[in-house]
Design a binder for this molecule. Structure first.
Ligand code: HEC
Ligand code: HEC
Ligand code: HEC
Ligand code: HEC
Ligand code: HEC
Length: 161
């Protein structure tokens, strides 16, 4: 018991204050959807594939720097963002949504965008979120029940490789 808590204390001491800030979110930067959507940004400004491609995509750190080369430059979290940009490294975000590769799922955003299905239907109310959480669980059952309601395809090959 004593020994374990010493190990834990050592591990904590090895983290910087910045790392501790980000620990609460499980992400490398304490990013907030609420702050940015509140500032007037649209989902597609950052997830620029969601209307036309299979993948919605995550924004490059260069996109962040378009604003943060000037905005809040002294904030500790922004110094971390600038550090990634200076090192020409993308921010290593933990992915939230996705399927086990063994299920061979081929999900595509664009047909859903064309069918006017709101992001919130599949991702919850991101305008109130900090970093993304798994607010909506997707299973074969949830895909199929919406496809059935909307007379969309139920063929195996629509959703599987
Ligand atoms: C269109 C401009 C814009 C873009 C692009 C942008 N931000 Fe921001 N960001 C803002 C504004 C405005 C604020 C609020 C600043 C304030 O409150 O002082 C902010 C605040 C933040 C904060 C909180 C800073 C603090 O005061 O602690 C973080 C962290 C942050 N942004 C990270 C990011 C990341 C990561 C990206 C890229 C994925 C990004 N931002 C892209 C405009 C932008
Ligand atoms: C019909 C449900 C559905 C809708 C509508 C939807 N998504 Fe997704 N989204 C998913 C699923 C499922 C995944 C995981 C896909 C995978 O990894 O194969 C995902 C993944 C993502 C990702 C992770 C990065 C990526 O490229 O996969 C982002 C970001 C995202 N969605 C944003 C959005 C935005 C923004 C909208 C609205 C314009 C949207 N999504 C609409 C179901 C949906
Ligand atoms: C300023 C840029 C920005 C805007 C605007 C933005 N996002 Fe994000 N989004 C991010 C970043 C950065 C991440 C990665 C960190 C995280 O998971 O929160 C992310 C992650 C996500 C994820 C999780 C992706 C995954 O599977 O890992 C979803 C879903 C998502 N965003 C949906 C939305 C929706 C819906 C909107 C509009 C209501 C939106 N985002 C607006 C920057 C943005
Ligand atoms: C909220 C309803 C809804 C959910 C949930 C949903 N879909 Fe869809 N999906 C649709 C609609 C509507 C279409 C468009 C059908 C059309 O264009 O005729 C579509 C189309 C598609 C297409 C393109 C089909 C084609 O013929 O080009 C694929 C692939 C797909 N969905 C996969 C999925 C997968 C995988 C999931 C679960 C992760 C899912 N969908 C969840 C409503 C939904
Ligand atoms: C509308 C989309 C959709 C259709 C149509 C669909 N699936 Fe799926 N299927 C999925 C998704 C999404 C998963 C992954 C679910 C998860 O991870 O919980 C899945 C998972 C599976 C799995 C489990 C794989 C694993 O390793 O966990 C099997 C097997 C499967 N599907 C077979 C089929 C067969 C056979 C058909 C045709 C009769 C079919 N699916 C039609 C979306 C679909």
């Amino acid at each position: 018991m004593k020994r374990n808590s010493n190990v834990a204390a050592l591990a904590l001491a090895a983290l910087t204050v910045w790392d501790l800030n980000a620990l609460g979110t499980g992400q490398p930067i304490a990013y907030s959807h609420k702050v940015h959507i509140g500032a007037g940004l649209q989902c597609l400004d950052c997830h620029s594939g969601a209307d036309v491609s299979a993948r919605a995509t995550l924004p490059s750190v260069n996109k962040c720097m378009l604003c943060h080369a000037k905005i809040a430059t002294n904030a500790p979290e922004i110094k971390k963002v600038a550090g990634y940009a200076a090192a020409r490294r993308e921010i290593p975000w933990e992915r939230v949504y996705g399927f086990d590769s063994s299920a061979l799922v081929k999900f595509r955003h664009s047909p859903h965008f064309r069918a006017k299905i709101a992001c919130a239907k599949c991702h919850g109310d991101m305008a109130q979120a900090t970093t993304a959480q798994l607010l909506v669980k997707h299973t074969m059952g949830t895909c199929l029940s919406c496809h059935r309601q909307n007379h969309a395809s139920e063929d195996c090959a629509t959703c599987h490789h």
